[in-house]
Design a protein around this ligand. Structure first.
Ligand code: FAD
Length: 456
């Protein structure tokens, strides 16, 4: 039986991995890549899976680090990105870092020599009607024509071009001897209880010190091609707001009105609010705290906030150009677009963040599309796995109203019972290991199911 090919747009981290998975399942693929016919502002070569910035896939520690766990899950699922990454590894301590040219050349060679894969160097502005199964994996620098097409289906406001991220904090690292839960004026709102925000209070001295440190902090510069992108008032970096006047933040995101500190019964001088960021309630984002401060500076300055002195950050803030869709609204659990099911999305355009996460979403999208083509039932990896945790976040767990790109982290996993016998810092560490072991069992399960479904 001749199978119709699946079309993938974009041969970056996600598209390359998706093509490999599909081809390995015996389904033909056409992989469309616009480079070198047309370049992006960040890519320099025509290689598949080019790493545009750092050469690191981050920690390779499968037991204590969520991205290390993701590496291991992907290896067990026959990932092309991980196998070529392992071959091109360079010394980098506990991280997996690669020789970028060797890595990209390895991926390109594997794809172009695979009998089920055709690589076409063409720009796709609109996927033709007769492509009945398409994976859009065009990344943070999706060409404007295709972005326009996606907007025309999904709705203008469901595609973002600018990524203004505020830091996200693990709830368990917040000091509730100082912070408290309360919504402004105790308003419950549609899904709330009246005590939905975490509030960190400041007195006048603490506020003035904080503003001074914000202004003195070391910032990241804009890239030349990003600098033309104006700030939207709604995503102005917190340090830029602070520079407009000493009280600007106190009348903006740090306003204390409608909030009473239960320790004093009074309104504080200023308040930093954190809003729930995932359905599990393990992660909270700092409201209005998008920033261009360097990462080390963010940790230092934000830990000056009372209640956050030991804050553990699941993600630090940033501001750069990034095209991504509102996946929790637009996609179903197998990454299909609800309004146009012949389209699937993969990679950073789905709102995951990072090389490895993008490749992981490519791996899942590829398998889902191939299983569908083969007529098998699709099963998704359990949310207790790193892959399943990302999938759940982007297709439902993330808050659609505040959806922002996210790296994999243990806060996205369903909690696990307390680690027996372990205490203090050890306890948090042991919990991670238990979560990792639980994930590796579940990924083996998913592998078996995918095989059974393929055979069926
Ligand atoms: C400036 C910059 C720096 C970054 N630094 C890092 C970093 O240090 N570490 C990290 O983990 N992540 C980083 N990222 C994020 C990184 O881009 C992603 O993690 C990863 O590359 C996303 O993979 P992807 O496959 O989704 O997209 P990409 O790898 O970007 O691949 C998308 C591909 O689609 C092609 N394409 C786009 N539009 C079309 C079209 N219409 N038709 C055909 N082809 C098309 C592009 O040419 C590209 O090859 C950075 C991003 C940017 C923009």
């Amino acid at each position: 039986m001749t199978l119709k090919p699946i079309h993938i747009i974009g041969a970056g981290l996600a598209g390359s991995e998706a093509a490999w998975q599909i081809a390995q399942m015996g389904v033909p693929v056409v992989l469309h890549e616009m480079r070198p016919v047309r370049m992006t502002d960040a890519h320099k070569t025509q290689g598949c899976a080019e790493l545009v910035c750092s050469n690191s896939f981050r920690s390779d520690d499968m037991h204590y680090n969520a991205v290390g766990l993701l590496h291991e899950e992907m290896r067990r699922c026959g990932s092309l990105i991980l196998s070529e990454g392992d071959k091109a590894a360079v010394p980098a301590g506990g991280a997996l870092a690669v020789d970028r040219d060797q890595f990209s050349a390895g991926v390109t060679e594997k794809l172009t020599s695979h009998p089920m894969i055709t690589v076409r160097r063409d720009h796709v502005d609109v996927p033709p009607e007769d492509w009945d199964s398409v994976i859009i994996a065009t990344g943070p620098l999706t060409s404007p024509e295709l972005a326009h097409y996606i907007q025309s289906i999904g709705g203008e406001e469901q595609l973002a071009f600018f990524d203004a991220i505020a830091p996200i904090v693990y709830k368990e690292s917040i000091n509730f001897d100082i912070a408290w839960m309360q919504s402004r004026y105790d308003k419950a709102g549609p899904a709330g209880t009246g005590s939905d925000y975490i509030n960190c209070p400041m007195n006048k001295d603490e506020y003035l010190t904080f503003i001074t440190e914000l202004l003195l902090s070391d910032k990241t510069g804009f890239k030349e091609w990003e600098s033309n992108t104006p700030y939207f008032e709604g995503c102005m970096p917190v340090e830029v707001m602070a520079g407009r006047g000493v009280d600007t933040l106190r009348y903006g995101p740090m306003k204390p009105v409608g909030l009473d500190d239960p320790r004093t019964g009074k309104r504080p001088y200023a308040v930093v609010q954190l809003r729930q960021d995932n359905a599990l309630g393990t992660l909270y984002n700092m409201v209005g705290f998008q920033t261009k401060m360097k990462y080390a500076e963010q940790s230092r300055v934000f830990r000056l906030i009372p209640g956050l002195e030991n804050a553990d950050f699941a993600r630090l803030g940033g501001l750069h150009r990034n095209t991504f869709i509102n996946s929790p609204k637009l996609l179903n659990e197998t990454l299909r677009m609800k309004k146009m099911p012949r389209l699937r999305f993969a990679g950073q355009i789905t709102g995951c963040e990072g090389y490895v996460e993008s490749a992981a979403v490519g791996l899942m999208a590829g398998r889902f599309a191939a299983l569908e083509r083969l007529g098998g039932a699709i099963s998704t990896p359990s949310p207790t796995t790193a892959m399943g945790a990302i999938l759940s976040h982007i297709t439902g767990g993330g808050n659609a109203d505040t959806f922002q790109p996210m790296n994999v982290n243990f806060g996205l996993f369903p909690p696990i019972d307390d680690a027996v016998g372990a205490r203090g810092k050890d306890k948090a560490r042991e919990k991670k290991k238990l979560m990792a072991l639980r994930a590796l069992d579940a990924i083996a399960d998913w592998q078996n199911k995918s095989r059974l479904e393929k055979a069926a």
